[in-house]
Design a protein around this ligand. Structure first.
Ligand SMILES: NC(=O)c1ccc[n+]([C@@H]2O[C@H](COP(=O)([O-])OP(=O)(O)OC[C@H]3O[C@@H](n4cnc5c(N)ncnc54)[C@H](O)[C@@H]3O)[C@@H](O)[C@H]2O)c1
Length: 255
């Protein structure tokens, strides 16, 4: 059977760890050439010869353009973009600092804007492609103690629709959003350690399944949305969550 992404070229932002790394690996394993744009390289033990890392910041348009140029130079085209780079700092509207607001808005909202801005011309030149944005449970219900994070993630489902409106018919570019629940990554391990003083061994009691999700299970949905199997899927958001969304709304994780 032909590999799903044979001949395809992908750019994944924030693929030096977590969900981005798991997605980059799945894409590479299934035949894609993959470029990672991240502010830091993957840890030594996580390095993968199949994934080319460009050190740069999604908040900088020139860094996003450079990553796209590397992808096109490596593979002759660009087909896939996962806007995944992210940071987290909790806080209510009272306790959230302006710096933390700016950082989260800049990395995840401006970063998504600039990644798409840099990639769309190359996707159009390839005859179309697929963009996936990174949402969250917080996109849909809000989450306690995450004012800036929720503001940013709430934008992602509608931005996937907006990109579809602007580019599906005109350029054959599909755009969708994935909303993970609680995935065990560096980001959440840090949040939960700060919150509880414990490790990431157990979820808060509100979680009905009491098990962290694996980055690979989010990556499977992202790669599905990127694949030809999802050729008729655009402008939608797929929640990938083991948590009961309404119960998560009452959680105070990271707050
Ligand atoms: N882990 C979860 O439970 C969860 C849930 C919902 C959504 N998400 C989202 O998934 C995405 C990935 O998060 P993760 O959990 O894998 O975290 P992670 O910390 O493992 O990965 C985030 C990556 O983004 C990179 N990054 C940060 N700032 C950057 C910048 N300015 N430019 C380029 N790269 C940058 C980091 O270096 C890191 O490699 C984020 O957008 C996050 O909000 C995560």
């Amino acid at each position: 059977m032909k590999a799903r992404f044979a001949g395809r070229v992908a750019l994944v932002t924030g693929a030096s760890s977590g969900i981005g790394l798991a997605t980059a690996r799945q894409l590479a394993r299934e035949g894609a050439k993959v470029v990672n744009l991240d502010v830091r390289p993957p840890a030594e033990e996580e390095r993968d010869a199949e994934i080319l890392t460009v050190l740069g910041d999604v908040r900088e348009h020139t860094d996003c353009q450079r990553a796209v140029a590397v992808a096109v130079a490596e593979g002759g085209r660009l087909d896939l973009l996962f806007c995944n780079a992210g940071v987290f700092e909790g806080g209510t509207v009272e306790s959230q600092t302006l710096e933390a607001w700016d950082q989260q808005v800049d990395v995840m909202l401006k970063g998504t804007f600039l990644s798409c801005k840099a990639a769309v011309p190359a996707l159009r030149a390839s005859g179309g492609g697929s963009i996936v944005l990174s949402g969250s449970n917080c996109s849909h219900i809000g989450c306690s103690g995450r004012f800036a994070y929720t503001a940013v993630k709430a934008a992602m489902p509608v931005l996937a629709k907006q990109l579809s409106n602007d580019y599906y018919h005109s350029a054959g570019i599909r755009a969708n959003c994935v909303s993970p629940g609680y995935v065990e990554t560096e980001m959440t391990t840090e949040i939960w350690r700060n919150q509880s003083g414990s490790g990431a061994d157990e979820l808060p009691p509100e979680n009905v399944v009491s098990r962290w999700q694996r980055a690979e299970s989010i990556a499977s949905v992202v790669t599905f949305l990127m694949s030809d199997e999802a050729a008729d899927v655009t402008g939608v958001t797929v929640p990938v969550s083991r948590t009961a969304l309404l119960r998560v709304a009452g959680m105070r994780l990271g707050g």
